[in-house]
Design a protein around this ligand. Structure first.
Ligand SMILES: *Cc1c(COP(=O)(O)O)cnc(C)c1O
Length: 415
């Protein structure tokens, strides 16, 4: 199979040997859709609808305010946080579900700067996800204390860490290129210079094993609605290493981060541990949906997920090269699986229109400006035969030029 062109039978054989294949039935996916966008919005677990209906009808409708205690609503952020801790190599009590990824970035960047007074640089990667960089700019300007946001090219990150670096803020897997950074090596390099690290796990949590404690990571954030399948706008999570929790100072000192929220004291007194990272009332319905996705991820071995992801990305890239030649499609994600996340990026100047034509034919990926067709590979509900079918449609879209149709040229609000 390695040297000859891939055939449908090769893909079917991979499906037959896929131990994650049965997990697909735990997801509710529409007929006629090949979903290659789970890195943007994960699919819906079958169990989610019932769980959410129960939270709404019984816990809220019947239990009313009693459910904060009786249905354990108040403990949900920490309980789901502890479960996510199990997915990202973190100790219980070090992960909290709260807010959005953007807000958590703001909170933990602030924590980092408070913990490294005197150091003025936030170091990130050129091409990092925009919200991460926007948040850093906003905090820098708000503090008005001479902080800088420095940007290094991927290969220069380690060399750019210096004695003035307060925090190295990076996304583990780049949203655009699919490149995975070396969390261990960069974290060690930052610590050697006395800097902290803040890792964004938006494209890692639930997609591959992550070892925050093993790499001695200081701070991390992650997303609930991508590979954790928590639903649209699912709350995000944050991680603070236990050794930093007692000294962590948060920029939003809300009542649920207070030591005694229901004592209604006059002044702010921080809660201990990760509870301090909370701000306000948790979004219970969304948290309940997220817990279903997290439980599903916990029920399987992330090493199996990663192994399948590597194979899916490899096969998909190969199929595009072998079956779509001559149309100007260039695979832009890393060829080396060791530095590739769970997505395949394909560059083409008309990527937007091509993606719209694909979506119209049931192959759902997304477009990332200026020229990337992005295909997320989600091992829990994607089969190898799906890849063959998706590339058959892509080859047809390219061969017929149907993407030139005027209907595919107009940009929607969400791409
Ligand atoms: C998806 C994603 C986010 C999302 O942030 P929100 O606050 O949930 O909108 C942040 N950072 C990265 C790297 C992402 O991929």
């Amino acid at each position: 199979m390695d040297h000859a062109r891939l055939t449908r039978a090769d893909l079917d054989a991979l499906d037959a040997g896929d131990k994650l294949a049965p997990v697909r039935d735990k997801f509710s996916l529409p007929e006629g859709v090949i979903y290659l966008d789970g890195n943007s919005l994960g699919a819906m677990p079958v169990a989610t609808a019932g769980r959410v209906a129960d939270v709404v009808a019984r816990e809220w409708g019947q239990g009313l305010i009693r459910s904060w205690n009786e249905a354990g609503w108040m403990d949900l952020p920490g309980r789901v946080g502890d479960k996510i801790a199990g997915l990202v190599g973190a100790a219980p009590g070090s992960v909290m579900v709260a807010d959005s990824t953007s807000v958590n970035l703001f909170k933990l960047l602030s924590v980092a700067l408070f913990l490294r007074p005197g150091r003025k640089a936030i170091l990130s990667e050129a091409g990092n996800f925009p919200t991460d960089l926007y948040v850093a700019e906003g905090l820098r300007d708000l503090l008005d204390a001479g902080h800088r946001l420095e940007m290094a090219a991927t290969a220069d990150i380690v060399g750019a860490i210096g004695p003035d670096t307060a925090v190295v803020m990076l996304t583990h897997v780049n949203f655009h290129t699919g490149r995975m950074l070396d969390m261990g090596a960069i974290t060690r390099a930052a610590h050697a210079q006395g800097a902290l690290v803040l890792w964004d796990l938006a494209h890692s949590a639930g997609a591959m094993p992550v070892d925050l404690a093993g790499h001695d990571v200081d701070l991390a954030v992650g997303c609930g609605y991508k590979y954790l399948n928590g639903g649209p706008g699912a709350p995000a999570f944050l991680y603070v290493a236990p050794r930093l929790q007692a000294d962590a100072r948060y920029p939003i000192t809300g009542w649920l981060g207070h030591a005694a929220p229901f004592a209604f004291e006059a002044g702010y007194r921080p809660a201990s541990g990760i509870q301090r990272a909370m701000v306000g009332t948790p979004p219970v319905v969304s948290l309940a949906a997220l817990e279903v996705g997290v439980d599903l991820a916990l029920s399987i071995d992330l090493a199996d997920v990663r192994a399948k992801s590597v194979l899916l990305t490899e096969m998909f890239a190969r199929l595009i090269v072998e079956r779509c030649a001559g149309h100007g499609l260039v695979v832009a994600s890393p060829a080396d699986a060791a530095v590739r996340g769970s997505q395949v990026c394909v560059a083409h100047p008309e990527a937007y229109a091509i993606m719209q034509a694909l979506i119209a034919r049931g192959v759902i990926g997304d477009f990332r400006a200026p020229d990337i067709l992005r295909f997320g590979m989600t091992p829990l509900y994607l089969g190898f035969g799906d890849l063959w079918d998706a590339v058959t449609i892509l080859a047809d879209v390219m061969a017929t030029g149907v993407w030139r149709d005027a209907a595919y040229q107009t940009r929607a609000k969400v791409t």
